[in-house]
Design a protein around this ligand. Structure first.
Ligand code: ARG
Ligand code: ASP
Length: 718
């Protein structure tokens, strides 16, 4: 009777687990055939694993690429046209913007192919093929190797694998660990470096809702921009040249304008950056109870100060909007993450799993196979030591280096370090430009207020054993009075005054080193760095090595513990498939998130007094005239939709595909209730946010008259 009961409970639990985890996962494209495709097809996908990833024929993977450093983009025409997010193209758009050509404010459209704008340092990277190299790598590992020996051995194999695969520099080759180093894959990539700007909506469309709506649903951001890849006469990667031609893709996406409805199959195919789904309760506690609250508070101070000044002055708004976006993006994510972890009882859930695991590990039969009985207590000890170390690092980044001139002063170490007159001449030249650039977007009042606000908690709450020494001055000379100390520092330093800094650099000679060394901001910067090198570095290195080793064993242990479970590896900036469905959700009691937003919502938010909600006149006219062309549906113009795909940072710009592998949207965000998905995914709440491709097409055609682009796009026959 008892065994029967247990087995019923077990089956029920298994069912629950499988059901609950329905749309969780970021799957390796090469392995879809083995593990995932059957489930995808069951959920409506009409293509095969080979259609997604193949080395023998053109497949969808040939139409997806890494865009720049950390985003994804996809091909939408046979002439190298690609689409990504506005926030991914932002840097490129900004670099082309000036007062005369303010493309950030007004948008940009290259009327002819000759008007497409060249970008320095922008590349797209295709995956040519991937290969499981686990055996090659792990074959050199012996059980008695310590972590450092293991690393050396692994790196040696990797170093041997790369040259033959790169075919004399034709390909970029990387090898990455999966499942915390239990598996390794090699990636052979092709990188194109002539990528030109073709179209960008005005920020009032591409960034509509700004940071107010960031991480939120309902969302109305037209978050897209359009670029084109260029290649040499052989269609191969080449530096910019006038003779380069639009790249001829192996494969580009068909674009479907049929739109989405509740329950439709969706697949996101892109480059998720980092998740940590398998961490223990100790790690979740460290992140959610110690690190996130401190980081959130420190950033809150910066955000409050910046927004106060930005609201008062249009100039400061221009100077600080990109900085503000950077600071507030992670701040808001952490807030959502903490709420989500709490709502999910993430720590309790992890603890329950760990208790079950411990019981399993102590079972004699299992213990004979692998002894996992001590790993959890080792983790416990590790996190006790690691938590203050990580906290000390958080204070360095979020308090010390949050002060712009402390960060900027770091570069002046080059003046201190040089003994060479020629070198000095060069430095002076570089720094003349650098100082102009730095002060263009700098406001000393903001920086001073931030300094005073973040130094207070840094001086009091950062772990004492790792705290930098400069706080002694605050105690000894200013009796802990932060305001007086701040006043003195900001009047005495040269780093917050453009003219004095320029003339200092101009007149600088090798005898002036002490002027830099004695500058109060420079001294603080050095003291912070010293706190790292002298107090933190060694300990942190030691603990992280230990952590790497425990993480690898723990991952294997979890797989042994649940041998039937289909594990997916944490995101590591490699190409992955997430699949799910278009789906409304119920974020809080009494609230339903509908799956689609439309232009009507943009008009509802329209408010000329609120910077983030100013709707361009032309868009209002199109709305009034209901001039949606063939992109609208039922008299409305769709803007964005939500689905249950498991995504994270780096998935921005990823193609969102329907059951036929056709492009229906461009992924750009998650709802606020979703951001804990980097640690624990919840199918009930987690929703990725995608731009409906029809809105991008509407803006291209009706806002810009970009018929030449519409005509080259590959539309699906429907
Ligand atoms: N939250 C999105 C992501 O993490 C969009 C960020 C850019 N937008 C912004 N308003 N900061 O990248
Ligand atoms: N906005 C993120 C990105 O830029 C996507 C996300 O975190 O959901 O990649």
């Amino acid at each position: 009777m008892k065994t029967k009961l247990i087995s019923i409970v077990l089956i029920f639990n298994l069912f629950l687990v499988q059901f609950a985890k329905a749309d969780e996962g970021m799957w390796i494209p090469m392995l879809l055939g083995k593990y995932t495709i059957a489930d995808m097809q069951k959920k409506g996908f009409k293509l095969t694993a080979e259609d997604i990833y193949s080395v023998n024929k053109a497949s969808l993977k040939d139409a997806v690429m890494i865009f720049g450093g950390g985003c994804t983009a996809e091909l939408i025409s046979d002439q190298g046209l690609i689409i990504t997010n506005h926030h991914c193209g932002y840097g490129a758009i900004q670099k082309h913007s000036s007062l005369e050509h303010d493309y950030l404010t007004n948008g940009f459209y290259a009327k002819t192919i000759n008007d497409e704008l060249i970008n320095q340092n922008l590349s797209v990277t295709f995956l040519v093929r991937m290969e499981d190299v686990t055996e090659k790598i792990l074959s050199v590992i012996t059980p008695n190797m310590n972590e450092t020996e293991r690393d050396i051995a692994v790196n040696k194999v990797i170093a041997g694998l790369i040259p033959p695969a790169s075919e004399e520099g034709k390909y970029k080759v990387t090898v990455k660990p999966f499942f915390n180093g239990n598996q390794y894959f090699m990636f052979v990539q092709k990188q194109y470096t002539d990528v030109r700007l073709v179209l960008a909506p005005p920020s009032a469309i591409g960034k509509f809702g700004g940071d107010t709506d960031n991480w939120m649903w309902p969302r109305h951001t037209g978050d897209f921009s359009v670029f084109r890849i260029y290649a040499d006469e052989n269609n191969e990667p080449a530096k910019y040249s006038e003779s380069n031609k639009p790249y001829k893709p192996i494969k580009s996406f068909e674009v479907s304008i049929k739109g989405v409805k509740e329950g439709d199959f969706t697949m996101v195919f892109g480059y998720p950056g980092r998740t940590q789904e398998y961490i223990t309760s100790y790690a979740v506690k460290m992140v959610s109870e110690v690190e996130n609250p401190v980081q959130i508070d420190l950033r809150q101070s910066r955000i409050d100060i910046m927004s106060k000044y930005m609201n008062e002055s249009p100039l400061i708004r221009i100077q600080y909007s990109a900085k503000y976006a950077r600071v507030s993006n992670a701040w808001k994510k952490w807030i959502g993450e903490n709420r989500g972890l709490k709502r999910l009882n993430a720590i309790e859930k992890k603890e329950a799993l760990e208790a079950e695991f411990q019981a399993w590990a102590e079972n004699k039969k299992n213990k004979k196979k692998h002894d996992y009985t001590t790993i959890l207590s080792e983790y416990k000890g590790l996190y006790k030591e690691l938590t203050p170390v990580n906290l000390a690092m958080d204070y360095i980044y979020e308090a010390g280096l949050a002060v712009e001139i402390i960060r900027y002063a770091r570069g002046f170490a080059r003046f201190v370090d040089t003994e060479d007159e020629d070198d000095l001449l060069l430095l002076k030249k570089v720094y003349k430009n650098s100082i102009e650039g730095f002060f263009k977007d700098y406001n000393a009042d903001i920086d001073k207020e931030i300094f005073a606000l973040v130094m207070e908690p840094y001086s009091k709450n950062s772990p004492e054993q790792y705290r930098p020494d400069f706080f002694n001055i605050l105690e000894n000379e200013y009796e802990g009075n932060i305001a007086n100390w701040t006043d003195a520092i900001f009047s005495n330093t040269i780093f917050n005054k453009k003219d004095s800094l320029l003339s200092f650099v101009e007149n600088y000679s090798l005898e002036n080193k002490s002027d830099i060394l004695n500058d109060p901001i420079y001294a603080i910067m050095e003291s912070i760095l010293n706190s790292y090198t002298e107090k933190i570095d060694l300990k942190s290195g030691y603990l992280h090595t230990k952590k790497d080793s425990l993480d690898r064993i723990w991952m294997q242990a979890l797989m042994d513990f649940e041998p039937k479970k289909n594990f997916y590896p944490d995101a590591n900036s490699t190409l992955r498939v997430s699949y799910g469905k278009v789906s409304s959700s119920y974020p809080r009691n009494g609230i339903k998130y509908l799956y689609q937003t439309t232009l009507d919502g943009i008009m509802e938010k329209d408010n000329p007094d609120v910077y983030d909600y100013r709707v361009p006149e032309k868009l209002k006219e199109l709305y009034k005239a209901k001039d949606y062309g063939k992109w609208g549906a039922d008299g409305r113009m769709p803007v964005a939709f939500i689905a249950t795909n498991h995504t994270t940072g780096g998935n921005s710009g990823s193609p969102v595909l329907n059951a036929y592998g056709q492009l229906i949207g461009v992924n750009f965000d998650r709802s606020w209730e979703s951001t804990m998905s980097d640690i624990m995914f919840d199918p009930e709440q987690c929703r990725n946010i995608s731009l409906d491709i029809r809105f991008a097409l509407f803006i291209m055609e009706k806002y810009f008259g970009a018929d030449r682009l519409i005509n080259e796009i590959n539309f699906a026959k429907e």
